[in-house]
Design a binder for this molecule. Structure first.
Ligand code: SF4
Ligand SMILES: [Zn+2]
Length: 103
């Protein structure tokens, strides 16, 4: 699964989260979530594992700053289960990767 794909997944999850938790219009991001998205995208761009990476949840390095890591974890906890409904193919690929990845 490519870095680009992971970035799309983060964006989709943030949009779900932001709409529900921050009352933002569907498909948009508030300033705080846009900043988090930009941070997550830059981390993924610099990920040392490249396109061979596992999910960030399983990563031994955890390159996020602690506060931002907590913020993104909250988003994942909320949006993860809902992704199955909104983006079933995306979430199944992600689940497959978590289950069968070696790292
Ligand atoms: S947490 Fe790990 S897998 Fe995720 S971007 Fe950072 S180094 Fe890569
Ligand atoms: Zn938001």
């Amino acid at each position: 699964m490519s870095i680009r794909y992971e970035q799309q997944m983060v964006l989709a999850m943030l949009k779900l989260y932001c709409q529900k938790k921050h009352g933002t219009a569907k498909g948009k991001l508030c300033d705080e979530c846009a900043q988090l998205q930009s941070y997550a995208h830059s981390r993924l761009d610099k990920c040392p594992f490249g396109d061979d990476k596992s999910t960030c949840k399983q990563c031994a390095i955890h390159c996020y700053k602690p506060q931002l890591r907590e913020q993104i974890s909250q988003v994942m906890r909320y949006a993860g289960p809902r992704m199955l409904y909104h983006h079933p193919l995306m979430s199944l690929k992600h689940l497959f990767k978590e289950t069968f990845s070696k790292r």
